[in-house]
Design a protein around this ligand. Structure first.
Ligand code: NAP
Length: 198
């Protein structure tokens, strides 16, 4: 049986470095990476670009070239700041990458290939806690949890929506992280939207 095809947006950095080598054993991965493209060997194809400025072209190129079973939305921009020290611009960027661009990605997938697979958002356990220097991060990560639940209602019967919320990736055994992802991708628990892992 051919491998399922998976689009991994944000195919670089700490979490992707742990997860992509595992997932590449079972899935054909197409990556969209920012500046770091060292995970290219785990991908059947890798596109590079800035999502904030070039998202439309990146998504259209990927969705016209490949038919996907799964999309994983992983990118993040960290601004280590308290809420009161954040700026409107940094808040816009964080929300854009966490929510607005993820919606654009899914809209393009639906338009270009009537995508009807599994859409997985990567959030964080920080969504549920408070740390001063992760204040705005926790807000957008929490927004992603709500986003996934709303999307799951809106696209019921058409797209399976999941959210994976890890604790500190450095502290999680790679195998546990892999298991959480595969369980969500394969819809092991159909009623469950949120998959926490620590
Ligand atoms: N690390 C952890 O301990 C941890 C814990 C819990 C949850 N998470 C979640 O896991 C996900 C990944 O986190 P991470 O720590 O692995 O982040 P990371 O190391 O900063 O990697 C983020 C990825 O997103 C890409 N990206 C960000 N902005 C982009 C843009 N404008 N255009 C294109 N690509 C862009 C980065 O590209 P560049 O190469 O250009 O930077 C990189 O590939 C996030 O959703 C985060 O909330 C992480």
């Amino acid at each position: 049986m051919p491998k399922k095809k998976l689009l991994f947006v944000g195919a670089g950095g700490e979490l992707a470095s742990k997860v992509l080598p595992l997932l590449s054993k079972s899935y054909d991965i197409v990556g969209i990476a920012g500046r770091r493209d060292d995970l290219r060997p785990y991908c059947v194809e890798m596109y590079k670009g800035n999502l904030l400025t070039g998202y439309q072209q990146l998504f259209e190129t990927a969705f016209r070239a490949h038919q996907f079973d799964i999309i994983i939305w992983n990118p993040v921009r960290y601004f280590f700041t308290s809420l009161m020290q954040s700026t409107r611009e940094s808040l816009h960027t964080e929300f854009d990458i966490a929510v607005a661009l993820a919606v654009e990605c899914l809209k393009t997938a639906r338009k270009e290939q009537n995508f009807s697979g599994t859409f997985v958002l990567v959030s964080s356990l920080s969504a549920f806690g408070y740390r001063k220097d992760l204040a705005t991060y926790s807000i957008v990560k929490n927004a992603q949890v709500r986003f996934a639940k709303v999307l799951a209602e809106e696209l019921k019967g058409a797209v399976v929506v999941k959210i994976v919320a890890p604790g500190s990736v450095r502290a999680i055994p790679t195998e546990s992280l892999g298991k959480a992802f595969i369980s969500s991708l394969e819809n092991e628990y159909p009623e469950r939207v949120l998959y926490t892992v620590q």
